[in-house]
Design a protein around this ligand. Structure first.
Ligand code: GTP
Ligand code: MG
Length: 342
């Protein structure tokens, strides 16, 4: 399904008319009497759409330079007017959900496991021990996202946030070859940033939101590889755990909002830890993802990876309330993630 000789060009906004109704640019608030200078201040703080304002608390809006409490109330009111209170019928909601798309992982077995692919408007987390394929899967998604698919999916650009310095553009070249895509075009459609601290990682999300807003409907995927690495360095010991979890919660909440605001898929990788308590109690699965309940609740879909023979890897849905606990086998190949031959 994914093979093809298409050459990926720069994605053009004009091809993406459908997305227009999806984005209510913050400039629309001018019709409600909010002046352009104030709207610019919001944009500089990474708030670029009407939805973005509604996703931001009054408290945080007031921390933006030049936004007084009175102004903030006026802005909130203007948004409420445009959104008619935020209610819609289930039928209308179903219509909005039609915009949700799925991205292929490169392995049809793995796609099947997660219900057809990595879904937009939600966070998908993959975790597993070292060399289990998390980074390779992230790289493959950077390319597969650019493939036009069924349901009118046009293919799109990607932002990759790298916290471990393991992003390799040359891997994208190999994967592009496998999908029959032009190497340079593929690389040109992936925006890359390296995060050095957990704070930096959070700040970069303002840039991400601004970029998604600048080219509405063009970006389809945000990768964070890995979500926890910097948090584990920046916060150490029990004493800082509560602080870490609070910051992590803010980060994940922002990611969730970005995925909904701009209709993109958010794909995060996570490390795992051997739980010393679990070994003591002879639990069957002593290894679990780090990040605790905060991460568990933030991720819509959690996939556990483990190593199989040679290039083979086994994926399993972890902790899902509505998906069967099936497994899928895939392979790490020169061309990225693919179906495993057993
Ligand atoms: P950590 O980040 O260390 O926790 O691991 P990870 O889960 O991100 O592992 P990663 O995705 O980096 O997977 C590494 C595995 O991919 C290793 O077993 C490599 O041998 C394999 N791999 C990397 N590049 C290639 C390649 O070009 N061809 C093949 N066949 N395998 C590759
Ligand atoms: Mg990795």
């Amino acid at each position: 399904m994914l093979q093809g000789d298409q050459v990926v060009e720069e994605f053009d906004q004009d091809d993406l008319d459908d997305d227009e109704s999806f984005f209510q640019d913050i400039d629309m608030l001018q019709s409600q009497g909010i002046n352009a200078a104030d709207l610019k201040k919001l944009k500089q703080a990474g708030i670029c759409t009407v939805k973005g304002v509604q996703m931001t608390t009054r408290k945080r809006l007031c921390t933006i330079k030049g936004i007084s409490e009175a102004k903030m109330e006026k802005i909130k009111e203007a948004c409420a007017k445009l959104e008619e209170g935020g209610f819609c019928t289930a039928l209308e909601f179903a219509d909005k959900r039609k915009a949700v798309f799925k991205l292929s992982t490169g392995s049809s077995e793995l796609d099947k496991l997660v219900g057809g692919g990595i879904e937009s408007m939600s966070i998908t987390e993959v975790f597993g021990e070292f060399r289990s394929g998390k980074t390779q899967l992230s790289h493959t998604l950077c390319v597969s996202t650019q493939m036009p698919g069924s349901n009118g999916y046009a293919g799109g650009k990607v932002i990759f946030l790298d916290t471990e310095n393991t992003f390799r553009p040359d891997r994208l070249r190999d994967i592009a070859d496998r999908f029959g895509l032009d190497q340079s075009a593929v690389l040109d459609n992936v925006l890359y940033a390296r995060a050095y601290t957990s704070e930096h990682q959070f700040e970069l999300l303002d840039f991400v939101a601004a970029k998604f807003h600048e080219e509405p409907g063009v970006f389809k995927l945000l990768v964070v590889d890995s979500i926890m690495a910097l948090f584990r360095v920046d916060f150490s010991g029990r004493g800082e755990l509560a602080d870490r979890q609070q910051k992590l919660a803010q980060m994940l909440s922002r990611l969730q909002k970005i995925s909904e605001e701009f209709n993109v898929a958010v794909f995060i990788t996570n490390q795992m830890t051997a739980d010393p308590g679990a070994t003591m109690s002879f639990q069957a699965d002593p290894k679990k993802p780090v990040g605790g309940h905060i991460l568990a609740h933030a991720s819509t879909t959690r996939i556990a990876l483990r190593k199989g023979r040679g290039e083979l890897r086994i994926a399993k849905i972890y902790d899902s309330p509505n998906m069967p606990e099936n497994e899928a086998t895939f392979a790490i190949t020169a061309g990225g993630i693919a179906d495993g031959k057993e």
